[in-house]
Ligand binder design. Structure first.
Ligand SMILES: [Zn+2]
Length: 63
């Protein structure tokens, strides 16, 4: 089904995955619970995408 695809970012800066990290399918839909979760329509897994940090060089973090 393709009804009303919105490209607006989530209210809490939800990261948008393009592929399911488990099966690689592209049919991902937002889940209300837990917050920021996505559901894969292919394998039915519900997962969240979380930013772990930025890969800055170690020199940048030296005091
Ligand atoms: Zn999947």
């Amino acid at each position: 089904m393709s009804g009303g695809r919105s490209a607006e970012p989530g209210p809490e800066g939800r990261a948008v995955p393009f592929y399911c990290p488990y099966c690689g399918d592209e049919e991902l839909t937002p889940e209300a619970e837990p917050v920021g979760a996505w559901k894969c329509q292919a394998c039915r897994r519900v997962f969240t995408v979380r930013l772990a940090g930025l890969a800055l060089t170690e020199e940048d973090e030296e005091p």
